[in-house]
Ligand binder design. Structure first.
Ligand code: MF3
Ligand code: CO
Ligand code: CO
Length: 255
């Protein structure tokens, strides 16, 4: 297990990649409307990343993934593959963007509601977002990864939702998925100690029903076994001397 510690030049490159990632999510929001296909969202993001940002969409051809973004609709937990299926009023969609710029990765995802939000979807999305932020707020040198997982799990389960166990946050830098694994459940005071200069994601997947998931035959799409709704948010962060810096804040979050 090797956790890379980013020096100040590398931290600056991570800031750039993180900002570009957030910019893609800020850009795509207005296109998330009923009648649009997830393929169209993929194409728009691809062209923006390549032509406007002069960057690279990391998912494309990553371990054989066929598209530039992940689009996970309703009961899809993560790694949904863009397709010709059209979004409908009340759908909930997670768009997950990973951009490579000057060799460094930024990784972030958000939930969007199509048209008028489904109230149940809005609730699970809200709890997932709160859980991510509670996890982020644990981050500082000397804390442990189990502290992050614990607060996320507590918050989710207090609302009678469940945390997916099979997928986790991850170290990130020159490599898309590097050590450490950042679990979204756990015990305080356990796990790897957090150190200044680490960069990793926090990206809890929260199911409205039971936590169990199933992988579809396409080898990528992860769905809830019970077909309940699932919501996810993701930020990339850097560990600073006294806490954290979120590298993928959107324009609204930077206010
Ligand atoms: N962006 C996802 C994550 O948060 C990983 C997607 S892998 C892909 O880690 F191949 F599906 F793109
Ligand atoms: Co990630
Ligand atoms: Co991601």
């Amino acid at each position: 297990m090797t956790i890379t510690i980013k020096n100040s030049d590398e931290q600056q490159a991570m800031r750039t990649a993180g900002r570009l990632t957030a910019d893609v999510l800020d850009m795509i929001g207005e296109y998330v409307v009923a009648g649009t296909t997830t393929d169209e969202l993929d194409q728009i993001c691809h062209d923006y990343i390549v032509d406007v940002q002069a960057a690279t969409p990391a998912p494309l051809n990553y371990r054989g993934f066929p598209k530039s973004i992940c689009t996970s609709v309703n009961h899809v937990v993560c790694h949904g593959i863009p397709s010709d299926k059209r979004l409908r009023n009340g759908d909930m969609i997670n768009i997950d963007i990973t951009v490579i710029k000057d060799g460094f990765h930024g990784d972030s995802s958000r939930i969007f509601h199509v048209g008028k939000a489904n109230p149940r979807a809005a609730r699970v999305a809200e709890v997932a977002r709160e859980a991510m932020w509670l996890g982020i707020e644990q981050v500082k040198p000397g804390a442990r990864l189990g502290d992050i997982g614990h607060v996320i799990q507590q918050h989710v389960e207090r609302h009678s939702f469940s945390v997916v166990r099979e997928y986790c946050g991850h170290g990130i830098g020159r490599v898309f998925h590097e050590d450490p694994q950042v679990l979204h459940y756990g015990t305080p005071g356990t796990g790897t100690e957090i150190v200044e200069g680490m960069a990793f994601t926090i990206e809890p997947m929260v199911n409205a029903g039971r936590r169990h998931v199933r992988l579809l035959k396409d080898g990528w799409t992860v769905v809830t076994r019970d077909h309940s709704l699932s919501a996810q948010w993701e930020h990339t962060l850097l560990v600073t001397p006294d806490g954290f810096e979120v590298l993928t804040l959107g324009a609204e979050e930077r206010q």
